[in-house]
Design a protein around this ligand. Sequence first.
Ligand SMILES: N[C@@H](CCC(=O)N[C@@H](CS)C(=O)NCC(=O)O)C(=O)O
Length: 211
Amino acid sequence: MTDITLYDYWRSSASYRVRIALNLKGVSYRSVSKNLLDGSTKQADYIARNPQGFVPMLHIDGHDLTQSLAIIDYLDAKFPEPPMVSSDPLERSKTLAQALVVASDIHPMNNLRMLKYLKHEMGQNQEAIDIWYRHWVSEGFKALEAMAPDVGFFGGDAPNLADVCLVPQIYNALRFETDMAAFPKLVRIDAACNLLKAFHDAAPEQVKPAE
Ligand SMILES: N[C@@H](CCC(=O)N[C@@H](CS)C(=O)NCC(=O)O)C(=O)O
């Protein structure tokens, strides 16, 4: 059996994307938890393998893969069913655009290192940080809502890469008490995804290590 290990953190939304993709494809893997709060991703042995010191990292086929979308792209090439991105060039471009609204434009503004920087280096209080968080997530969701289908998943009858990126970002947004009333299609898609075992089993509360 292939030795596949996911280095992740239960609350990391980028890791959550990879867990969903692995589950959708029915790929079994071992999980190694890297606690983002205790600096374990910044230790020399981990940095030697993953110079950014982030999660997720997937060890597969003897290699350490980083960046959640690049990892999912590898999984899609190696385990084609179900596809995360269509082979049709136009559909592929649309799906990548939707996924990148989350992965390139929303998440980088709101991840832990950004929020920690605002607090410690920029001297912002929690109220200001929450306003920052909700502003950027709402901006992104406004655009994504306009791109979302009226029925079904972003992927149509089955979830695709855009759905895989959406669900962790909504989980995160709800943690920061973002008002989702203006995004009914995104809320509907999130609810439909979470009914699926692959999404349910990847959720932070399902994978949280015992204290
Ligand atoms: N673009 C990267 C983002 C990875 C990322 O930001 N991971 C966060 C957790 S969601 C992390 O490891 N943060 C640790 C840190 O900022 O030091 C991806 O998609 O994999």
